[in-house]
Design a protein around this ligand. Structure first.
Ligand SMILES: CC(C)(COP(=O)(O)OP(=O)(O)OC[C@H]1O[C@@H](n2cnc3c(N)ncnc32)[C@H](O)[C@@H]1OP(=O)(O)O)[C@@H](O)C(=O)NCCC(=O)NCCS
Length: 342
């Protein structure tokens, strides 16, 4: 066991320490996953951590051995829903592993979770698509299993190379259009227009529980419109640009949506965020329609984007079908793990 790891909270306004913390996290995440790791950039995380808003709380922790940084910890929890739950992450520099530092950092962040009254602990580990489907033998997976975490859901990361042939997008859009007469598609960049805000918040906040959740104990997120605006403010400060498409019913209510984001600090990459069709409006190819329209918007406005990365539960066959038709290809797997504190 590690008896020499000194762990301290990282002040996100202390630039030098925050940079070191991020370097440990990013180096660990990229190791062995150089092509596929989705790493939060330094500046995006700095903004996220400096902004302790009403919606969530986050804390960063750095572990040092004799003054040298070797381990990072990160805790993030909602303050408005899922109040018994927290997410946390532990990373150790590749050359410093198997000395108990990961376990020491995990104990520390679990104590933080306990102090904050959280008893359901969520975390993730990712591994190559070609490795064992449930990640057997992978460091993160073995570490989490050794610490009593159960695998709740496996998601597949897929990557789309841009640009997608405009003719293919036009054909997919035209095929879908024959099935969604009576709905209006609306695309925009940045904040949600005021007149769509309420139904956007209602639909997008249900994503976490409407998408497959496997064995995870998740409650619906809060549909508070003020939180949507608060998140948009953070997104702008992070240098992110969000591309959105919604399908509206005859009353102008958002019944399907998709959003993806690029970031000035992560050039060339776009990340798919949510895509959801409201239960009572499924079967009209609205999922395909909003995704294709949003990609057309991205390609028209940002010619520097080279890839879009997305994650879907293995069992989410409908969404996967849409993604495969557009041209997304499997790149890795991500396991969502959970443990209950007693
Ligand atoms: C997972 C990680 C944090 C482990 O850090 P670490 O300092 O090596 O962890 P520890 O030394 O405390 O390992 C504790 C136990 O976990 C298990 N374990 C850790 N790495 C393992 C591996 N590569 N293979 C098999 N078992 C492993 C073992 O049971 C180990 O005990 P042992 O060394 O006595 O056999 C590190 O590999 C890492 O940063 N990986 C990338 C990020 C990640 O996946 N984090 C986990 C999810 S948040």
């Amino acid at each position: 066991m590690s008896d020499n790891l000194e762990i301290a909270w990282v002040d996100p306004f202390d630039d030098a320490t925050f940079d070191v913390w991020h370097e440990v996290y990013a180096t660990s995440q990229r190791f062995g996953r150089e092509e596929t790791a989705a790493v939060w950039t330094l500046e995006e995380l700095r903004v996220q951590m400096q902004h302790q808003g009403t919606g969530r709380w986050a804390g960063a922790y750095l572990g040092r051995v004799a003054g040298t940084a070797v381990a990072s910890g990160f805790v993030m929890m909602s303050l408005v829903d899922n109040l018994d739950r927290t997410s946390l992450w532990v990373d150790v520099l590749p050359e410093r592993r198997r000395r108990g530092h990961g376990s020491a950092m995990l104990d520390h962040v679990l104590d933080v979770a306990r102090e904050k009254g959280r008893s359901i602990i969520a975390t993730e580990a990712s591994w190559s698509y070609d490795a064992h489907p449930e990640g057997a033998g992978e460091p993160g997976v073995e570490f989490l299993r050794a610490h009593g975490f159960d695998l709740g859901l496996v998601e597949i990361q897929r990557t789309l190379r841009l640009p997608v042939d405009d003719a293919l997008l036009a054909e997919l859009a035209a095929r879908a259009a024959t099935r969604h007469e009576g709905y209006t598609l609306r695309s925009w960049v940045g904040p949600v227009p005021d007149e769509l805000l309420e139904s956007w918040a209602a639909l997008s906040s249900s994503l976490m529980t409407e998408a497959p959740v496997g064995e995870l104990d998740l409650e619906p997120e809060s549909a508070d419109v003020a939180l949507v605006r608060e998140a948009e403010d953070v997104i702008a400060k992070q240098g992110r640009t969000k591309y959105n498409t919604a399908a509206l019913d005859a009353d102008g209510v958002v019944v399907a949506y998709t959003d993806l984001a690029t970031a000035v600090h992560d050039p060339g990459k776009a990340y798919q965020w949510g895509t959801l069709v409201r239960g009572d409006h499924r079967g009209h190819r609205l999922g395909m329609a909003v995704k294709v329209a949003n990609l057309q918007q991205l390609q028209a406005l940002d010619t520097t984007a080279r890839t879009v990365v997305t994650w879907n539960a293995e069992v989410n066959s409908h969404m996967i079908g849409v993604n495969e038709e557009i041209g997304f290809r499997r790149t890795e797997r991500a396991g969502a793990f959970q443990r209950k504190l007693v």
